[in-house]
Design a protein around this ligand. Structure first.
Ligand SMILES: [Zn+2]
Length: 734
């Protein structure tokens, strides 16, 4: 889903003046920033817009990343139609969410204060923080509560009032008021009424699950009651607060969650150097270099650096790790890890140190070097540092050859060997399908004659379907039927989902690619990730496993030319193909262009709900699940999966069954997963009992875009979803 657009507010008013002002002053590219001061907006928002002058080598993606805004927003603010920018060009930058800032991994309070142009003491006061500790995903207030949310829905024009006055009063642009009220001129008369409420509703629509970060000990509290209450392990409480024993005293402030500086892995951002990162984490440059086996001082944006050396007996939880995965990797029982670490639930947090016992059951995985591999990539895939990898394999140099066997961390056996899932022959599913011409490519296989390209060449590139809607649909059905026949010959993983009907909705597709995001390959070259293509691949993987667990499964969309795809090496990105069709005879037989899937307010997203309604016919209500798959691109959200359930914008009423389900999925999707209620079209009026949207990755972050491109990590995401569903289908004991 692309949720950035809803956060921007209009500015326009003084744009022209500012532009000339800056143009006049900035004779060289040395002067890059100007804080605009626009008097018509609220305090706190006034200093959130400025002009950036493009430097040599800048890209839109790089600038967006640096200022934590979306490329889409950047383009909108500066009215750019394409992606090309040139040296000296002036771009408008606005802070995305004026009143708030969501803490990202590696952020520090002082950096945020600097960026928001606030004294650090003010930032502390506003957010009732005593020290410098903040945590990833924390929502920080940057100003006093905003007035507009108390805005009355209707304004009656008073004598002497001009449209300008009303716009100013409600912090809206004139054109916005005109649009909302279908006003053609600027002339208004006393007594006229204007609708102004659209934005006010939007601001209360989202309910973020807020979690306490600190707690002041009350008389009668003890560590285990606090642990229970805040769903945090006693061991983690000790780790975070440097407690040797269990003694605490009333009035003591306890940190409840690891802060953004406690994480074990750091993803390099634009403009950072080894020394700036070392400074932030209070480490020595040499220490970081040693752990990561870096010779010089060169690091690239998106590179993952380990900040803590791996220790035997201990696993440091990383973003995306789930407890059951850790258990599996170290050949332990979940219950044993829970007992060892005094865990009260299955939730774990990034940065949390898990004891694995006195005798560490350190197993090694085996990895066969593939063509085009390099040590950094293999290390990254297995959540290791290059130094660890070299040490583990007694290597002197970084030289490897295809076919070499390497010992690796067991976690990345995560790939395919869980459960009996290892017995699924994925290659057979990708093998030739009856009557279809197969094209072999690095990112295939494909059937037919498309795509023509083996990777997404640029943001705008796409290939459309060569056939009519009706013929494309027939082809897609035939291909899917061949796939289904193969699945039905594969046996079963279990019968645990027997009787359940699950509708899988791959986000976007058809004419709507969703987010197309620039990302980097392992060599720092730009590659493009197309949201709909990737979520379709994950949805198909989930489809296979759910069927093998005995569920009935329906896909809302079908592709006419591919099934599950390989993408090895991951520089072979999927091409934006505008060829998926709705999986419904009714929507296609009319052969109308308007029936190609299309997103947005004026799209046909409701077709997805219709397909679900038909699929659920004769299925008991409590056996219906609807899952919509997306990859988010939201720079103001944490780099973690997000689960969305339906929440009515007007009444604030949430779909409780789905909310409950979302909470239970947190433990399966991994550390850092957040959940939120939102008014979403595909969930509204949806006849499923459980209906959620899964933003499996956040493409605003380089490491997530990377993970989406990597086949084994897509598989890992798919398995997490399936694992969660299987666990949820079990009867509960109260
Ligand atoms: Zn999406």
């Amino acid at each position: 889903m692309n949720s950035v657009h809803s956060l921007q507010r209009p500015y326009r008013l003084k744009t022209v003046c500012m532009f000339f002002f800056v143009f006049f002053l900035s004779t060289t590219a040395m002067i890059t920033l100007f804080w605009g001061d626009v008097p018509s907006v609220q305090a706190g928002e006034a200093k959130s817009r400025f002009i950036y002058i493009v430097k040599k080598g800048d890209t839109l993606g790089g600038i967006a990343l640096h200022y934590k805004v979306s490329i889409k927003a950047l383009k909108k603010w500066s009215k750019l139609s394409g992606d090309k920018i040139y040296k000296g060009q002036r771009l408008w930058i606005k802070s995305v969410s004026p009143g708030f800032y969501i803490v990202k991994s590696g952020d520090t309070l002082s950096e945020i204060a600097l960026q928001a142009n606030l004294p650090i003491s003010r930032l502390r006061d506003l957010n009732r923080i005593s020290g410098d500790r903040i945590y990833t995903g924390q929502k920080l207030k940057l100003g006093a509560a905003r007035v507009p949310s108390k805005r009355p829905p209707i304004h009656v024009v008073r004598k002497g009032e001009a449209l300008w006055d009303i716009a100013k009063q409600y912090n809206l642009s004139i054109s916005e008021i005109k649009r909302r009220n279908q006003l053609k001129t600027d002339v208004i008369t006393p007594g006229m009424t204007f609708k102004l409420c659209e934005t006010a509703e939007k601001e209360t629509a989202e309910e973020v699950e807020e979690e306490l970060f600190e707690y002041k000990v009350m008389p009668g509290d003890n560590l285990s009651t606090i642990a229970q209450r805040f769903d945090v392990a006693v061991g983690l409480l000790r780790q975070l607060n440097g407690l040797k024993k269990s003694r605490i005293y009333p009035g003591q402030t306890l940190q409840l969650r690891p802060s953004s500086l406690d994480e074990a892995v750091y993803v390099v951002r634009s403009g950072e150097t080894l020394s700036s990162i070392a400074l932030k984490y209070r480490m020595n440059v040499s220490e970081i270099k040693r752990i990561n086996d870096i010779d010089g001082s060169k690091i690239v944006v998106g590179q993952e650096l380990r900040l803590k050396a791996t220790r035997p007996h201990i696993h440091i939880v990383e973003r995306g790790d789930a407890l059951w995965e850790v258990a599996q990797a170290y050949d332990m029982k979940v219950a044993d890890i829970k007992k060892l670490n005094e865990l009260t639930s299955d939730r774990i947090y990034p940065g949390q140190e898990l004891q694995l016992g006195i005798k560490p059951a350190r197993r090694f995985g085996a990895y066969t070097v593939k063509k085009g591999d390099y040590l950094g990539r293999i290390a990254r895939l297995h959540q290791m540092s290059v130094a660890d990898l070299k040490r583990m394999n007694h290597m002197r140099t970084a030289l490897i050859h295809p076919g070499d066997q390497l010992k690796v961390n067991p976690l990345l056996r995560k790939g395919r060997e869980w459960l009996k899932i290892r017995e699924i022959n994925w290659d057979d599913l990708m093998g030739s399908s009856e009557g279809f011409k197969k094209i072999k490519t690095g990112n295939g296989p494909y059937y037919g004659s498309r795509p023509k390209a083996s990777l997404q060449k640029n943001r705008r590139y796409y290939e459309s379907a060569p056939l009519s809607l009706w013929n494309t649909f027939k082809r897609a059905r035939k291909l899917q039927a061949a796939f289904d026949r193969k699945i039905s010959r594969m046996g079963r993983l279990s019968n645990s989902l027997k009787g359940w009907h699950i509708v899988l909705d791959p986000g976007h597709g058809g004419l709507d690619p969703g987010a197309v995001v620039a990302n980097l390959d392992g060599n720092g070259n730009t590659v493009y990730v197309v949201e709909d293509e990737y979520v379709y691949d994950i949805a198909l993987r989930v489809y296979v496993m759910l069927r093998l667990h005995g569920a009935d499964v329906t896909l809302t969309l079908l592709s006419p030319n591919h099934l599950i795809r390989h993408s090895d090496p991951p520089v072979q990105t999927f091409v934006n193909e505008k060829n998926e069709v709705y999986n419904s005879l009714g929507f296609n037989k009319g052969n109308k262009r308007a029936h190609w899937p299309i997103g947005g307010r004026n799209g046909n997203l409701s077709c997805r709900v219709d397909i679900a309604r038909k699929a659920f016919k004769n299925v008991p209500q409590n056996r219906r699940i609807f899952l919509s798959f997306h990859a988010d691109i939201d720079h103001s959200a944490p780099n973690a999966p997000l689960i969305l359930y339906y929440r009515n914008r007007r009444t604030g009423k949430a779909d409780c069954a789905s909310k409950h389900f979302a909470k239970s999925m947190q433990a399966f999707l991994g550390a850092g997963t957040t959940i939120r209620g939102q008014n979403l079209l595909v969930l509204r009026n949806n006849p499923a009992r459980i209906r959620v949207m899964l933003e499996l990755r956040n493409l605003a972050y380089t490491d997530h875009a990377w993970a989406l491109r990597f086949e084994e990590l897509r598989q890992r995401d798919a398995e997490k979803v399936v694992r969660g569903l299987v666990s949820n289908s079990r009867p509960r004991h109260h």
